[in-house]
Design a protein around this ligand. Structure first.
Ligand code: FES
Length: 198
């Protein structure tokens, strides 16, 4: 007996899985391509923005340069009377992100004795543990209020001072326009040797 062919209504029943034909495959590949292109187009500006944002992190920190000459006072602000005078040290600062002009970075005592053309300079930072040294009331010595280190006007410690060394002296010069310039440096505290923080 001849087999009865299946009816078309049974083959195309709603919800029945249909084998993929050529047009479905093309449709799928077109959509997949669009998704890939869209993702790439979105990632490129995102990557550029991230690169710009994090660019400073890739930069090497600035090389440590020798200390710079910094003008701290006019020459006539330090007469040759042997009395110490305190001046702020102000300089431009750079970090990897920003330029910060004219920031206070420390202070110095300047002393000019009779007949001297340029003053002696001391960093005010105490070599014991880094407090700020002040001028004694008689203006003839320095003292540190933190642990009572005391220094004479040459910066030398008194015998009972806990400071392991004398005050840190800095180089000075007079510029052509009459400014007292200091080669400003900070030094490690708490050690006998005068070791620059560079
Ligand atoms: S920090 Fe100056 S005496 Fe200690």
């Amino acid at each position: 007996m001849a087999e009865k062919p299946s009816s078309p209504a049974k083959r195309d029943a709603p919800g029945a899985p249909r084998p993929p034909d050529g047009s479905q495959r093309r449709d799928f590949l077109t959509r997949l391509g669009a998704i890939v292109v869209g993702a790439v187009a979105g990632l490129v500006p995102l990557g550029a923005a991230a690169f710009t944002f994090f660019d400073p992190l890739r930069k090497k920190p600035p090389e440590k340069l020798p200390p710079e000459w910094i003008a701290v006072a006019a020459a006539n602000q330090v007469p040759d009377d042997g009395f110490p005078r305190r001046f702020e040290v102000v300089a431009d600062l750079w970090d990897q992100w920003t330029f910060i002009p004219q920031q206070p970075i420390g202070a110095v005592f300047l002393i000019r004795n009779k007949g001297e053309s340029k003053p002696t300079a001391f960093n005010v930072t105490c070599p014991h543990l880094g407090c700020a040294v002040v001028l004694a009331p008689d203006q003839r010595s320095f003292k540190c209020p933190c642990h009572n280190s005391a220094f004479d006007l040459q910066g030398v410690t008194t015998p009972d001072s806990p400071s392991p060394r004398a005050m840190d002296e800095l180089e000075t010069r007079i510029s052509q326009n009459g400014q007292i310039e200091v080669k400003y440096e900070n030094y490690y505290a708490g050690i006998k040797d005068k070791l620059a923080k560079r």
